[in-house]
Every structure is written in structure tokens, then in C-alpha cells.
Design a protein around this ligand. Sequence first.
Ligand code: ATP
Ligand code: MG
Length: 772
Amino acid sequence: MTDPILENLNPKQLQAVKTTEGYVRVIAGAGSGKTKALTSRFAYIVDRLGINSSNILCVTFTNKAAQEMKKRVKALIGDLYDVSFITTYHGFCVRFLREEINKIHYPKNFIILDAEDQKTILRDVFTELEINSKNLTFKQVLRFISRQKSTSDYLGYMIENKSFVPDEKDSLSSQVYQKYLDKQKRNYALDFDDLIHFTAFILDSNPDVLLKWQQILHYIQVDEAQDSSESQFHLVEMLSRVHQNLFMVGDPDQTIYEWRGAKPEYLVEFDQMFPQAQTIIMNQNYRSTPNILKVGNHIIKNNKIRVDKDMVTDNPEGVEVVHFHGKNDFEETLWVASEIKEILKTENASYSDITILYRSNHLSRNIEQALIKDNIPYTIFGGVRFFERKEIKDVLSLLRLIVQGDNFSFLRMFNHPSRGLGKKFLERLSLLAGEQNLSLLNALENNIEDKELNKKGAVDFLSLAAELKKDAQNNSISDLVKIILDKSGLSELYRKDGDEDRLENIKELVSSMMLLEKENNGPLNIIEYLQEVSLYTDLDKDTENQDKVRLMTIHISKGLEFPYVFLCGFTEGVLPSALSIKERRKRAIEEERRLMYVAVTRAEKRFYMTDSEGFNFTTGLNKYPSRFLFEIKEEFYVRKGKLSAEILQAAQSTAASANAGDTAFSEGDLVMHPVWNKGKIQTVDQGKSQYKVYFFEMGKEKPIDFSFRFLTAAPEENLPQNASSSELLSLQESLKTAPDPFQHDMQGGEPAAGIFENKNRPESFEDENEKR
Ligand code: ATP
Ligand code: MG
């Protein structure tokens, strides 16, 4: 008799599935069936051990991977079980906080700040401090805040009213940070980092709560454990102390979030923390052809900080891996489009079997153009979160305003669509709200007779809010959204705007709400709904079944697999990313190489890597193929397109000098010299161990020895007044590089427009993106 749960598992997987008790870790390479083992184990515990599925916590890093886990579990045990504890760390924390946040005197209806809300706060703070993006970018501040939150005791300030301890090293960022925290506090608003930190804080300081959750969670499983951060690890470790069943699965070679706090050492040193722990190692790959696997194995071997492990496979040989080199961007993506057509013609494949990967979001534009030109349908995964699209955010903000009355929603919507309320109005209102210790909405209600505030637009807005509040009491959420759209004038605004996508997206929102209502057998709790959706990355459900080519960053693709994979923009400075190398040097190179490994190992049948010549605005240099290409033996792939001997040679020597680079700086870096001030590295001469640096004030180039200790990195925002347009362009471009599943801290670089900004911002790169 076949056993749907245990069949098709190899002995190592079986061992992992059946070793249900104790501390167990699985370390294995890409495509070796880790997630399969983990999901089968979940099914086994439920089906064979009779454990309630609500007693098993199963977490991973991204929503997409969590959905993939749920799907696989449901395929094994059916739809009848509660799988809501198969989730992300953040998803679990929201569930937890909804029940326990009152322990720290926060309301159950706390607000979750997404990236847009964070920017709203920062605009406000920047205005108060009279600073702008020349002083600091949003991206810099958000990263600073995230770092501070994970390293300092900010919860004392947030929760227990202890004094704020500023970070002396960066006083401007600290000031922004403190004000950011103040605004969070006043509004009971938590950002993504807080979800984790608050949860850990409550567990740490309330033994009864800890015990309750420890008892609930009989089994804890973590997928992609190499990317768990210290606090995430702390969380699961703490929760597993009573039942002591913690199962961690991961591949240290796929650690790609070190830049935002991933600590693979918890997986690697798991057996030292838990001496009784069992370790299961798997090395058989089921996903890819040997040709693809060879390339993956070969690349990752170049990393020094790793435990060597080679994957093997019994899969049939398959076709060779291809590298295509184009004369320019256009040729590169045109070739990709024509190859896609070829695949469809010659293989039994459909569009949805094909995925195009790239290092950062902005690279999709070029690819999209080629696909559109060739009438190839495509969909972008995680480009802009559905719930962060302007039109969706507008509607949800109004919804939140009527149920929560929060300042963020107020700031976004009080003058959108325009009600003629300007800067003076808001200044006066903020002043009164501060004096009377009220939210902006309540302050407006209480002071509508005030001379500065008594404007037609303000009266209209108040009556809109009051009317909608009433509507909220006797309408389902989907009907309420329709009412909001009509009464607020947003519907009309979008119709006039002529952008059909916006209306389509809103329809999509309403129908997804109706679906949820149906699933729920009744009306949804609006506050819970708002908390949930702030964690979603995109409307995955819809895209799953569509026959379209998928476009996504490598980061988003982790844990997933696709028959045909194109890696576009395989260019030095893009992959590896010059920006990451600049920030984190050697460590970044290894992480970039792991990204490459993740990209290659997504592919089942065919893998293509493409690059092209031209000028790279990110690095400010000519484009050459990635140094990683030269780490792959030539006999492991075939080359298509014309790569001239000169380009090849230049690329190889760029790669060689980059690799030789124990140097602190590379070409194009901005540096500070104690005497000559700002300069830019023109060349890195490995032979002489010298940089050639162009010093702006002096207007001259000077040789500087590698060993000169006082040459330091110049902060990016301190570009010299006479920076050339290419430098500015490269800076702007680099700020758009965004490898983040939550799109959180990488979208920055946006000018701080202040809270008075008209929300109908002029078209910019980001806005164009938002429309998708
Ligand atoms: P990644 O490191 O990319 O997350 P993974 O180790 O989690 O990969 P899975 O996604 O679980 O790997 O498995 C890769 C593919 O191999 C899947 O299509 C899965 O169904 C298949 N697979 C896994 N184990 C087996 C097996 N024992 N027999 C046949 N196919 C398998
Ligand atoms: Mg996996």
C-alpha cells in the first residue's frame, strides 16, 4: 500500500521525518528535499502522532516560502487542518501580539507600519528637524533604526519609559531615531522589527505568558534557518524549552540576508548549543540536471567561509548551461525574449515554466520592454507589494482612519483628493494636537471652529470621516470599501487619472475581501484584517495559476524552483553588487556568491546567464561580465553572442584585480583624505599596491599607497558640489537597488518632502513601479 506521506522520501529524509522528538537539524544543499522533509514531517506529526496542527509552529523567512510550505502540507493532509501556524516569523508575532500585547499596555488594535507608513513618519520627522535628503536619506535612517533596534535596549524607552540613550557616533540619525520612536509610541505603532522584538520582550518578562506559549507549541520547525536573525532564533529557542522539540533546516551556502542580520552560525553551531542535538546531512539533489548542479557546486566552492559539501544527482544529463553576451541591454533582453519563444516552440513548456531572475528590482524595466515587444505575458513577483500600491494604500488608509483614527492615515488622506488644505492648516492642527494631547483627527474635531482650521475642505473631511464611521458599523468590509471609494472621491480621481490598472487593482482588492468573507463565513474584523494585510508581499494567489513568465529578484526566488531560469544582468558591479561590496567588503562578496548559487540552483531543466556591454550607472564604469562567470570552468557552459577578445580580456583583468582585492577600496569609490579631503578612486594598481585618487578640491590625481591608514570612505551624501552628472546618476541609481522581500529598507533615497507634500507625487521611477 502506498503511503502518501512517507513515499518518495530517501532514507535521510525518512530519518528527518521520523525523528520527531528533540533538537534536530538538517543541513543540506539546494534542492536536496529539505522543505519536502520538513513538510512531510509536519504531516507525519499530525497524521501519525495525532498532534493537533495548531500545536505545531512552522516558520520561515518570506511569505512566499511560507505559502509554498502550506501548499505542500495541504497536499499531504488535505484542507481540514488548521495550518495558520505555518507562517513567517512576523506572521507568528502578529498572532502572538494580538493576544498578549496588553501585557505591555498596548492596545490589541496596535498599528503595523509598512514601508510607506515609515516614510510618512520620516517625512514628518525630517520636517520637524528641518533636514532633508541631503543630510540623510530615508534608506540610511531606516537601516540605522533597524540596526539600533536589534542592538540596543530601545524597548526600555518604548515600553517602560526609561530614558533614551542616544548613539553618540551618529547624532543626527539618533535624533531622527528618537523622534521616530516617539511617534510610534504615541500611535501604538509597530514596525516589522518591533514585531519580533516586542514578542521576545513580552516572553522574556512574563514567565506565565512564556509558559503558556511553550505549552501550546509542542513542535517547532524552522525552514531556511540560515537566514534567521539572532532575535528570531532566540524566539524559537525560548518557545521550545518546555517540549524541547526544535527542528531546524537550512543550507549555510544559501545565506543571503546577512546584510540585515541573518546569523547562519545558529544553524552551524546548533550542536554546540544543544549537545544532544541530532544532525542529518543530505547531499542528493532532486531538482536540477547535472549540468546545472555542476555550475552551482563550482561557484560556491570559491567561498572560503564555508563547510565543503558537494551535491550529486541522478537526474538525466539535460542540456548545457548557456551564457549569452549582448552588445547592449537591448540585445541582451531581446535574446532572452527570443529564447523564451524558442523554448515554447521546441519543448513541452508554457510561459509559467519560465522565470527571469535579477539582482535588483530596477533591472526588470529593460526586461519588461523586451517581453512587451514580443508579446510575452509576464508577471512580477514582489516588485511592489500589492498592499503598498498607491491606490490600495489610499483605500486602506481611509479604512484604518475610520476604525483607528491614527495620525499616519490622517496625514496621508486629509488632503487627498485635494481639499485645499495646505501647510499652514497642518501646522496649526499639529500644534493644537500636541498641546491638547490628541490625535490629529480628534484635534480637528475639537477645534473645527478655530480660524485657521475652519475651512470647507476640513469640514468636508470631518463629515466624510463621521459618515464612514457610521457606515463601518453596518457594512461588511468589502461593501465598506466600495462606499469609501465613492464617498471619498477616490473612485472619481482614479477614473479621471485614466490609469486602468489602479481601478483593476481596487476591484481585485474588493474581490479578495469578498473571498475572505466567504471563507470566514461572515464579516471580517477590520482591525485584524488590516494587521494581516500589512504583512503580505503580493497577491500570490492570483499569479500562481496564470500562464505568464515570472520576473523576480534572486532574493525572492529563494526556496522556489522553476524549469527554465534566466539570470539577467550578470554583470560585474550588478552581481556581485558594487554597492554591497562597498558597504561590507569581503563579507559581501561571499554573500553575493551565495546569491549566485541560489540563482543557479533554482533551475530544474535549463539555466541561462546573460550580460551585455554598455555603461553601468550604478558603478559609473563600463559593463563587463561578472567576475563569477570566470569562476566557472569554460567547459561547463556554452557561450552565445559575440564576446570580443578585448572585452573578454578587460573583463578578466577587472575580475582578477577585483578578486586580488584585499584592498579597502575599489574603482569609483569616494574617499576622504585628511589633508586633500574628498576624492574618487580612479584606478587600483595591484602591482604597485597603490590607488590613483582624483581629489576634487585640488582638481588633481595623486597616488596613495594601500597601506595609508587615514584614507577613509566618504559618506555618500557628501558628494562634492561639482559632482558630475554621471556620479549623481550613479548615486541615484544605486539607491534604487532593492533586494528586499519586504521592500523595507532598500527603497530609500526618496527626497524628504515633508508631511505637506501633495500625495499625488510627480511621476518618478518608484511611482511608475507602484502602478504595477
Ligand atoms: P532549497 O534549498 O532550494 O530550499 P530544498 O532542499 O528545500 O531546496 P525541496 O524544495 O524540498 O528542496 O525539493 C526540491 C525538489 O526535489 C522538489 O521538487 C521536491 O519535490 C523534489 N524532491 C525532494 N525529495 C525528493 C525525493 N526523495 N524523491 C523525489 N523528489 C524529491
Ligand atoms: Mg527549501
